[in-house]
Design a protein around this ligand. Sequence first.
Ligand code: ATP
Ligand code: MG
Length: 728
Amino acid sequence: NTDDLSYLLNDLNDAQRQAVAAPPDRQRVLAGAGSGKTRVLVHRIAWLIQVEQASPYSVLAVTFTNKAAAEMRGRIQSLLGQHLQGMWVGTFHGLAHRLLRAHWQEAGLPEHFQILDSDDQHRLIRRVIKDLNLDEQRWPPKQAQIFINSRKDEGLRPQNIQANGDLFLATQRNIYAAYEAACQRAGAIDFSELLLRALDLWRNHPGLLEHYQRRFRHLLVDEFQDTNAVQYAWLRLLGQSGDSLMVVGDDDQSIYGWRGAKIQNIFQFCTDFPDARTVRLEQNYRSSATILNAANAVIAHNQERLGKELWTEGSQGEPIALYAAFNEYDEARYVTEQIRQAIGRGLARQDIAILYRSNAQSRVLEESLLREGIPYRIYGGQRFFERAEIKNAMAYLCVIHNPHQDAALERIINLPTRGIGDKTLDQLRDYARAHQVSLWTALHQSLERALISGRAASALLGFVQLLEELTQAVQGASLPRLTQILIERSGLWEYHRNEKGEKARTRLENLEELVNAAAAFEQDWDSSETPTPLAGFLAHASLESGEQQAAEHEDSVQLMTLHTAKGLEFPLVFMVGMEEGLFPHQMSLEEPGRLEEERRLAYVGITRAMQRLVMSHAEVRHLYGKEVRHALSRFVREIPSALIHSIRLSGNSGRASGLATSAPRLSESKGTAVAGTELKVGQLVRHALFGVGVLQAFEGSGAHTRVQIKFDTEGTKWLMLSHAKLES
Ligand code: ATP
Ligand code: MG
C-alpha cells in the first residue's frame, strides 16, 4: 500500500523515487551536485527498513565524515520516527576500527591496540630510519611516511613492492618493513593500516568475511568518487553476496586524488557488478539557476568527465557578486560587512560559509570577524593562532621576549630536535621546582653547577647559544622581520619543509602568513597599550586563540577550506581569494593533471551555495612576505559574465558596475578642505552622491589613502580619498 508510504516518497522526483523504491538490487547513482544523492541514500535506507523489512542490523552505510554520518542517522530516524539500533553508519575508518576492535585476535593485534596519528607515525618512522643506520637527510622521515601511506592506500605490503635494483624503492621498502615490525611490537596501527588491516582480516579469515556478508545484506556508500583502492576492495568483498548495494557519487566532485582516491572506481564498479543499474539525477534542488549555470560553465572546461548537465526549476536568483578588493584586508572587510548585513536581514549565522583554498587565508578573515564581534567557527580545522606550527613560532617569539616563560620554553627546547631528551627536561623541571626558579634559570644553574654533563649538557649549551644568537639577530628588527628571522634561524622552517607533502605545505603557508600578521599588527600597534610591538603581538595572539570556547556553541559563521565543504550546503556562500596562483593553487599549475582536480574543487565550492554566492579577489596580496599581484582566477573567467555582477569600490575599472558606477571616476579630490593630514575621525564630510556622513577611519597615505565613512542614508563605505571628492 503505497499510500502509507507516501512520507518516504513524497519529496522525491521520479528518478529519485525509482532509486529509492526499487526492490533490493545494485545501483550506481551518478549525478551532479545538489541533485539529491544523499537524500536518495537516506530515503533508500528508510525504505529498506520500512518496506523490505530489512533489519537495521543488516544495514551498513558509509559516508565521508563523522558529522555526515551523525546527520544521516538522525535523518533516517526522524523519517521512520523510531530509534534504530544495530545499524552501522560511519566512515570507512570508523567502521574498520570497529571491526578490528571486535576481532583484534584474528587481526593479529593486541586487545588494546593504539592508533597512531600522523605525528606519532612520523616520530616512529624517524626512529626506524635511525635504527636502520640511514642518513635522515638523505632519507627524510616525511618522505618515507608518504611512501608508506600511499602504498598502504593501494593495498601494498613491503613484500608486494618490487624494487628491481632501484635503490630508492629498495630502501623505502626496507623502511616500510622495519616500520611495520615496529608497529607490531608497539601494538599500534596508523590510519591507512586501519583500512588495510580490516581488508586483510576478511581476506585471511573467510569465515569472518562470510559472517559479515551474511549480516550486512544492505550496503550504501555516499561520496563514492573519493574512495581509494583499499576501500573499494573492502566494498567489493562485502558487496559480492548482499541483497542490495547502492553507491552514489559524482565524478565532477572527485577532489582527493592527491590522497589516493580513485575516480576509476566509478567505472570499475560496473565491471565488478555487471548487474548494477545506473541511475542519473539531473535536477538540482539546491542552488539558484544562476549559481547552477555558473557551476556548469566552469566544469565544462574539464576534458576528463562523464559529462552531465544539471538543470533547476528554481528561480534565476541574484547574480554572483564579484568583489575586486584592494588587498586581503579590504577583502575581509567586505566579506564581514556583507555578513553583517545578511545577519541584519535575518539570516542565521550558521547559514553563512566562507570558503577558501588554503588554510592560511583564514587569518585575516578571522581577525576581521573578531573585530566586528561576529562569532565564527573553523569547520574541520583549527583557528589560525591555535595551529601547531603557529604556536611553535609564537613560542620562539615568546622566549625571545622573555625566556622565563616556562610553557613556551618547554615547547621549543627540543624543537626542532636537538638532542634534549625527556630525562634532561625532567631534571630541569625538578630543579626548577626545588629552587623555585624558572626553567631557563634552572638550565643555566644546572650547567654552571655541572649537574648535567656529557651529551645532554652540550645539547643544552647548543640551545643557549642558539637563543643568544637569535636575540642578537633580532636586535632592532621590525616585528615582521623579527618573526621571519626567528622562523628561519630557529630551524622551524627547515623542520617543516623537510616534512614534505600537503600538510607541510600548509604549515609553511601558515608560517608565511604569520609574518604578514606581524607586519599588519605593527602598523596598528598602539604604544600606549604595550611597551613593544612584540609584547603587543604576543598578547594579541593569546587573546585571539582564547576566543574559541566562547564561540564554539553559539550560532556561528562557518569558515572552512573548499575540501572540507564537500557535501554541505549554505544559503550564503563566500569564495574568497579567487586568484591565479591561489586558486587554482600554484602547485596545480605546475603539475599536469592537477588542474582538472582543482577545477572540480571550484565546482564543489560553487555548488555549496543555495541562494547567493559572493566571490572576491584581491589586487594586491601579501604572500611569502611580499606583496604580489595575481590575475583573476580562470575559474571566475570561465563563468559567463552575464551571471556576474562586479563590485569595485574605488571605481577605477572599466568593467566596474554596481557601487562602482555610482562612484564617478575622478582625478585628485581637488578643491576640498579634506587633505590627508587633516582627516579626523568623527568629522562630518559630504560626498557628491552619497550625501553627508561621519568619517569612521582611514588608512594608507598619499594617493592610496582610503577612508571609511558612515553615510546617513547609504550605510558605511570605504572610499579612495583621491576619488571620493569629499567636502568637509
Ligand atoms: P552533493 O553532490 O553536493 O553531495 P547531493 O546530490 O548529495 O549533493 P543532497 O544534499 O541530497 O544533494 O540534496 C541537495 C538539496 O536538495 C538538499 O537540501 C535536499 O534536501 C534537496 N532535495 C533533494 N531532492 C529533492 C526533491 N526531490 N525535492 C526537494 N528538495 C530536494
Ligand atoms: Mg551529498
